[in-house]
Design a binder for this molecule. Structure first.
Ligand code: ADE
Length: 239
């Protein structure tokens, strides 16, 4: 029997995918570029799950490998994030993602975070906000509301930095409308945009990306990781 196109799921840390792997009826796994790709069913849905490691390059390698190997119908990045005016334990479903640390402002007039995507005709396409799929985002938000009684929809800001600075995180809120700050979502969203695959980014808040984050993150990362994974497990049959 031919297998369906799977839902591809990426978390940076083991604790972010642990609950999903626990719920998976695994059929096979393979290792590419040192990353382990687990293929099987979660809540009856064909999925492939991998841990990419922290940061944009790790996430991009993982996402593009999934696209090439598994032809997924949807790519989801889940896990924890620093919240901007979102309490610890709160859930954020991205409407779009921005890579706030991409900066060519010294030589061109585009706003910080604008990525140039090389086009086949030799031109570049400028993208500041990489979009997330509205239908999938609506479903994740509805389930978050139903199960946990609350959700925030907004921009997720991604950069290669653990953010523990209240002035910076406030600035990301003001400049981009960021509600969550993390290290992979914008990269996964870029890979999805380049491959024209629907994308979703789901984050549970583990800290507030401020001076307390160095203590809050190790304290709450596990419980928030489980929260985002459990939500996705429940929502998968609806996606
Ligand atoms: N993931 C969870 N909290 C984070 C933070 N404060 N900065 C970057 N990534 C995070």
């Amino acid at each position: 029997m031919e297998r369906k196109q799977p839902v591809a799921i990426i978390g940076a840390m083991e604790m972010e995918i642990e609950a999903l792997l626990g719920a998976m009826e695994e059929e096979e796994s393979r290792v590419v570029a040192g990353l382990v790709f687990h293929r099987g069913k979660i809540s009856g849905v064909d999925c492939v799950v991998a841990r990419c490691g922290a940061g944009k390059v790790n996430a991009a390698v993982c996402a593009q490998t999934m696209v090439c190997l598994y032809d997924p119908r949807l790519l989801i990045n889940l896990g924890v994030a620093g919240g901007v005016d979102v309490e610890i334990g709160g859930l954020v479903v991205a409407q779009s993602c921005v890579q706030y640390d991409f900066d060519t402002t010294a030589v061109d007039p585009t706003p910080r975070g604008t990525i140039l995507l090389a086009q086949p005709d030799g031109t570049d396409k400028e993208v500041l906000y990489f979009p997330c799929d509205e239908r999938v985002g609506d479903i994740l938000a509805q389930e978050a509301q139903r199960i946990y009684g609350g959700v925030v929809r907004g921009v997720v800001a991604t950069g290669d930095r653990f953010m523990a600075d209240k002035d910076w995180s406030r600035r990301l809120g003001e400049e981009y409308g960021a509600r969550a700050i993390e290290m992979e979502g914008g990269s996964v969203a870029q890979v999805c945009c380049m491959n024209q695959i629907p994308c979703a980014v789901l984050r549970a808040i583990s800290d507030n990306a401020n001076g307390d984050a160095t203590v809050d993150f190790p304290t709450f990362a596990r419980s928030s990781s489980e929260k985002s994974a459990k939500l996705l497990e429940q929502a998968l049959p609806l996606l």
